[in-house]
Design a protein around this ligand. Structure first.
Ligand code: BEZ
Length: 250
């Protein structure tokens, strides 16, 4: 499946993604004049924040839709996949990423590229989904998909590692891991609740199904999730778990 993004919808339903990213930006601590690559910059909200801090920022994203939205911030944004970056060796002082790396299919190719475009001692600072991320959502969705004959549709959509596994992978690719943590972050969902989340963040999975089945799957998944993720006031909270790290190029 290929995840397709609709920038306006992502901006509305996924606003929490950049609103809750203060912690990883603090870990990055962008400095005036630093060359920073924002890998998987999405609609550019955070890229613009790094630029406002005085960094010389380049955004890169695999979604043409998202790039168009990011460019509205007046920042430099390129279209490329994380596994094949269009930059020369040692072009950046830091590579930053928020809520994007769990979408990358080939983690080893991505790390090779990040290491290549970083200068020696440059830092790779990122936050992504970690082990256990959206576990309840995934189990509910898989159960409903299996009931309708699409048991595999959710397989391999995202990659969620433990700090131990991801730390080893980073080390293998020539990074010194300075800090890596798993951070549980129950995340209140805004208007539209879980149904809107599924339609936005599982668009690629839903698009594998016949159109007539998509809303049935959304509604059945919401019904299964309601006792676990919806409170008595009707508010939905997604069971996010983040993996956050600082690693330095050796
Ligand atoms: C996440 O940021 O963890 C995430 C985003 C979209 C879908 C699944 C997980």
């Amino acid at each position: 499946m290929t995840q397709r993004w609709v920038a306006g919808e992502y901006g509305r339903v996924g606003a929490f993604v950049h609103q809750l990213a203060g912690g990883v930006v603090e870990w990055l601590a962008p400095q005036q004049g630093e060359r920073i690559l924002d890998l998987g910059c999405g609609d550019g909200q955070l890229t613009a924040r790094l630029a406002a801090a005085g960094a010389v920022v380049t955004g890169v994203d695999a979604s043409v839709e998202m790039i168009a939205a990011a460019r509205l911030h007046g920042i430099t944004v390129d279209h490329a996949y994380a596994e094949l970056l269009p930059y020369s060796d040692a072009s950046f002082d830091a590579v930053f990423s928020n809520a994007a790396l769990h979408w990358v299919r080939n983690q080893d190719a991505m790390m090779t590229e990040v290491r290549r475009v970083l200068r020696p001692e440059g830092r790779f600072v990122a936050e992504m989904g970690g082990q256990g991320n959206i576990a309840a959502i995934r189990v509910a969705l898989m159960a409903v998909l299996a009931r309708h004959g699409y048991a595999d549709a959710e397989d391999g959509v995202n990659y969620y590692a433990t700090p131990e596994v991801y730390g080893r992978r980073l080390t293998h690719h020539g990074f010194k891991v300075e800090r890596i943590e798993l951070i549980p972050r129950p995340t209140p969902l805004g208007e539209g609740g879980m149904a809107a989340w599924l339609r936005t963040f599982r668009r690629g999975v839903l698009e594998v199904l016949p159109e007539t089945l998509r809303e049935t799957v959304v509604n059945e998944a919401c019904a299964l999730l309601e006792p676990a993720l919806r409170d008595e006031d009707g508010n939905w909270v997604a069971d996010y778990v983040r993996l956050r790290f600082i690693a330095r190029a050796k």
